[in-house]
Design a protein around this ligand. Structure first.
Ligand code: HEC
Ligand code: HEC
Ligand code: HEC
Ligand code: HEC
Ligand code: HEC
Length: 470
């Protein structure tokens, strides 16, 4: 509800009240002033123009129903609700570009994504109903408040939707089971201090520009105290917090020239940020994440390869997320025709064990059963790892170059291949020219000596023949 005076309530539907504010009072309620859970406006927003406004309000009071009939169609059509979460499509009526981007995001598919679905079904089968509520706390977070764990309402099937994220006004990381403080309804919390909208209140929230906002979901310690998902703490322990580079800086970059709202609704000068939340499902992201530097030499009967792997642009460990992902460095020794002579690999991953000591390979099992971490050799942000590989060279085998590749591997039982693989980086290094020349030199020397020998034999034969017959 919006009150114009401390005791006059104009209208009970917040959307409509806002339209009133917008069209009649222009600068009425500023974004910073907070409505207390749809009861009444606490701050007295009527400023110096108060008296004038009051008169105006009383004057138009009888006309209101008429005005509403004509102008409320916008509000109804936009349908921003007062107390519950609104469907994302309604936000999309005005925030078209953001809606489109979000629709393609993993957040919008957090329920419908087949990888999740299959995993979730397994979990329900094996562990029963109690799992339902738990998984949905992050994958369909509005169910925390609506209790719709059977996903009957469309809004629950939207996964992580607009209104959930923009109703969050605080995150309490001390309370990981229930970290979000939300105020669903008329207020949208966002990154701009000077936004104003006809459909909802806009309240500036610095939290929305910080990693803590994402941490409510991207950090999961299970009942055994094992950190299954540690994306936030991996970021926190890296160099980025000091540089004030938050999750949003990489995953939600500003989109220049794209206004936050449809120009038909408002000519806004504020730009939108990317709402696709691209991560490991994006090849482009993966291809920027890491770099390789390879050194190669041959010493006697050994080929020595050193590879420096740098987590250059990933804000957390590489890989991050549920520990089903692996990053694999492979080094191939090639001959001068590019044929593979030998290959070695190094795998970066976090390996979790259950109570029996068995290695876990599925997300839901990791979340529900991991009781210890066997190993974790993933690469920290900005860290460079040096890996040495030694190949024995059988006699007669001449390596010419070495190819090092970094692959991102994600086992997905829903793909027929059972695996998603993306090449992250690749480098081919040939032996230094001098070395090639030296190896070449020695082999040429051999040929030369054999030829010399042949020549000598022939020459001696020729001399003997010549002496006998001439
Ligand atoms: C009737 C059109 C309309 C609808 C519907 C609408 N918005 Fe807005 N929204 C706007 C306008 C206009 C602005 C402000 C643009 C400006 O000031 O330049 C805005 C601003 C915002 C902001 C920025 C707030 C800030 O302070 O940074 C957020 C976040 C937002 N909307 C989220 C939503 C969400 C979520 C929904 C759906 C529940 C929604 N909006 C529905 C028109 C709308
Ligand atoms: C309400 C919980 C929640 C919040 C808040 C949240 N996320 Fe997510 N996020 C998820 C879930 C769940 C998924 C996985 C969806 C799926 O694949 O089924 C996900 C997926 C992602 C992905 C895609 C990963 C991939 O594999 O491609 C990225 C990137 C991401 N989130 C970044 C962020 C950032 C940045 C923020 C903060 C601005 C954030 N998330 C806030 C729950 C959340
Ligand atoms: C996972 C949480 C999350 C979801 C889902 C989400 N947003 Fe946002 N949104 C954010 C964050 C965080 C920011 C601030 C980004 C920044 O400025 O660093 C933001 C910014 C905005 C803004 C301000 C302009 C801009 O683009 O930065 C608007 C408007 C907005 N969101 C609308 C929407 C709408 C509409 C949807 C649904 C179609 C939506 N958001 C879905 C987290 C979310
Ligand atoms: C410096 C830029 C940067 C920052 C900061 C950053 N990320 Fe990422 N993120 C990336 C890149 C690049 C990738 C793709 C490579 C990878 O999987 O690590 C990625 C991948 C992801 C993935 C997908 C993991 C996968 O393998 O599918 C998630 C989820 C994610 N980030 C969430 C977050 C969250 C949450 C934060 C903040 C706590 C954050 N990121 C901070 C750059 C960044
Ligand atoms: C604390 C929040 C949280 C809870 C609880 C949670 N998840 Fe997730 N889940 C995430 C986040 C964040 C991601 C995205 C990071 C990633 O892709 O690894 C994710 C990703 C996944 C993925 C990978 C999806 C994909 O497309 O890559 C699966 C599968 C999954 N979760 C299953 C489950 C199941 C099953 C449960 C319940 C047993 C569950 N999750 C509980 C936060 C959570």
């Amino acid at each position: 509800m919006i009150c114009v005076d401390t005791n006059i309530f104009l209208i009970d539907k917040i959307g409509r009240a806002h339209i009133l504010k917008k069209y009649f009072f222009k600068k009425g309620i500023s974004g910073e002033k907070k409505i207390e859970q749809g009861v009444k406006l606490t701050s007295s927003w009527l400023n110096s123009k108060e008296v004038w406004m009051k008169r105006f309000v009383f004057f138009i009071f009888p006309v209101i129903p008429l005005i509403l009939l004509s102008s409320s169609s916008l509000a109804r059509e936009k349908g921003i609700s007062e107390t519950v979460f609104s469907p994302s499509q309604e936000c999309g009526n005005c925030h078209k570009n953001i809606y489109q981007a979000w629709s393609n995001s993993m957040h919008a598919q957090a329920i419908s994504d087949p990888v999740f679905k299959l995993d979730y079904l397994h979990a329900l089968n094996e562990y029963g109903e109690k799992v339902r509520e738990y998984c949905l706390t992050c994958h369909s977070p509005t169910t925390r408040y609506t209790g719709d764990t059977y996903l009957k309402n469309r809004i629950s099937r939207e996964g992580i939707n607009c209104d959930f994220c923009h109703s969050i006004y605080a995150v309490d990381l001390e309370n990981p089971k229930d970290p979000f403080k939300v105020n669903p309804g008329s207020t949208q919390y966002g990154p701009y201090q000077n936004a104003s909208s006809p459909a909802h209140l806009s309240t500036y929230s610095e939290l929305h520009t910080r990693s803590e906002f994402c941490a409510g979901c991207h950090q999961l310690k299970n009942n055994f105290g094992v950190l299954v998902l540690g994306t936030y703490s991996e970021w926190k322990e890296g160099p980025y917090p000091e540089q004030k580079v938050h999750c949003q800086n990489c995953h939600m970059p500003k989109v220049p020239g794209m206004p936050i709202v449809d120009p038909k609704v408002k000519k806004s000068e504020l730009n939108m940020t990317a709402h696709e939340f691209l991560g490991g499902h994006s090849e482009i992201n993966l291809q920027h994440a890491a770099t390789l530097r390879t050194k190669f030499e041959v010493k006697k009967s050994k080929a020595l390869v050193t590879v420096f792997v740098t987590n250059a642009e990933s804000g957390h460990k590489l890989p991050t997320g549920t520990p089903v992902r692996k990053v694999i460095l492979s080094v191939k020794l090639l001959d001068d025709k590019g044929k593979k002579i030998a290959e070695k690999e190094k795998v970066y991953q976090k390996v979790l064990l259950d109570q029996k000591g068995d290695v876990l390979t599925e997300s839901y099992k990791m979340i529900l059963e991991a009781s210890s971490i066997l190993s974790d050799n993933r690469i920290a942000p900005k860290e460079t790892r040096q890996e040495n590989f030694e190949f024995d060279l059988p006699p007669g085998i001449k390596p010419f170059s070495v190819e090092s590749t970094l692959r991102y591997q994600y086992p997905t039982p829903v793909l027929t291949a059972g695996l998603m693989e993306v090449e992250m980086a690749k480098q081919v290094v040939s032996l230094p020219l001098g070395k090639i020349f030296l190896i070449g030199f020695f082999s040429w020397l051999r040929v030369f000596i054999i030829l010399l020998f042949l020549f000598l034999i022939l020459w001696m034969g020729y001399r003997m023949l010549k002496r006998r017959f001439l």
